[in-house]
Design a protein around this ligand. Structure first.
Ligand code: AMP
Length: 183
């Protein structure tokens, strides 16, 4: 890949994200990352921009939530020579789990982690594609801390800043590659 400056890279990534209106329900503008994933330069740039701030911070484990957190999380883990830990929807993990519940607009949802996935003192980076209301990322942070993990930071490709999800992270450091201030 040719070397490009950061602003050009950000603009290229933005061009590879497709807005799908009224998906999965009316009123939601869905950020479709599949064009970015299918673009070789775009994918490696996204992984590089997610990883960059954490290169010198010594990360033991990258944690990603089902399912798009798996895509970027494993790539970032490999780039940092760290391990990868999946967080999944209820009932999917085969061994003993811890779970956390979080609020949705209507109702609630749950995420689970294997109870031995993180050792006390492990330095953990959390990765997801999109931070919307922040409920998923906040629940994942609580799971990591329940197991004694030390959160180095959280990183997302896309922050929907108008939904104020960052405030749910209670000051835990968040790095976002692309920030959308309006829908
Ligand atoms: P939230 O818990 O509200 O921050 O939602 C975060 C999760 O839902 C992420 O794992 C995203 O994959 C997905 N998500 C929420 N809103 C959107 C959106 N507008 N476009 C794409 N994915 C979204």
């Amino acid at each position: 890949m040719a070397v490009i400056d950061y602003e050009t890279g950000i603009s290229k990534l933005g061009d590879l994200i497709r807005d799908i209106e009224d998906f999965p329900k009316p009123g939601i503008v869905f950020k479709d990352i599949t064009p970015l994933l299918a673009n070789p330069g775009g994918l490696s740039l996204a992984v590089e921009y997610l990883t960059q701030p954490f290169r010198k911070l010594h990360v033991d484990l990258v944690v990603g939530a089902e399912s798009r957190g798996f895509i970027f999380g494993t790539a970032v883990a490999q780039s940092l020579s760290a391990g990868f830990v999946p967080i999944r929807k209820p009932g999917k993990l085969p061994y003993d789990t811890h779970s956390e519940t979080y609020d949705l607009e209507y109702g609630s949802d749950q995420v689970e982690i294997h109870c031995d996935a993180i050792k006390p003192g492990n330095r953990v980076l959390l990765i997801d594609d999109v931070l919307a209301t922040g409920g998923t990322m906040a629940a994942c942070c609580r799971l990591v801390e329940k197991l004694g993990g030390e959160i180095v930071g959280a990183a997302v490709l896309i922050e929907l800043a108008f939904l104020h999800g960052r405030s749910k992270l209670d000051g835990r450091p968040l790095h976002s590659v692309l920030t959308y201030e309006t829908e």
